[in-house]
Design a protein. Structure first.
Length: 145
């Protein structure tokens, strides 16, 4: 197996809804396994023990395994980020999030470094960043493209 980084999100009871939402945004194959599928006692039978959405080029996993703290999740210290030069594909992800009620914290628009960039927060508080490299943009001009 090669090394990969996967986004794994805890949803405290909303994993099925969230992962189905993500499939509506990204497409791909979604598998959902409940606690009862694995015979785990003392857990909600229909609660999601593990779910996995495999889309073209990335994977998102999620579970209901953690309770939300009484004070809430608070501001996310982690952002799931798309860094791409596939304008139509990544703009489509951004637009589908927005169409499905995500909060726009930064509109997807051209930035001073030349790329298109935007941010949203989905209904479960997960922050998503979208950076679409422009030909000749800052990243390319600095040997990072």
């Amino acid at each position: 197996m090669s090394t990969s980084l996967v986004v794994y999100v805890s949803f405290a009871g909303a994993a099925r809804e969230a992962m189905t939402f993500y499939q509506s945004v990204f497409g791909g194959e979604l598998s959902i396994h409940t606690f009862s599928d694995f015979g785990i006692p003392d857990a909600p039978a229909d609660g999601v023990m593990h779910s996995e959405l495999s889309a073209d080029g990335f994977t998102i996993m999620g579970a209901d395994g953690f309770e939300e703290p009484a004070e809430g999740w608070g501001k996310s210290r982690v952002h799931a980020a798309f860094m791409s030069d596939e304008t139509d594909r990544v703009r489509g992800f951004y637009d589908r999030f927005v169409d499905r009620g995500a909060q726009v914290t930064q509109p997807l628009e051209k930035q001073v470094w030349g790329d298109l960039y935007g941010e949203i927060i989905d209904p479960w508080g997960v922050a998503w960043m979208f950076n679409i490299a422009a030909p000749g943009g800052w990243a390319e001009g600095n040997g990072e493209a």
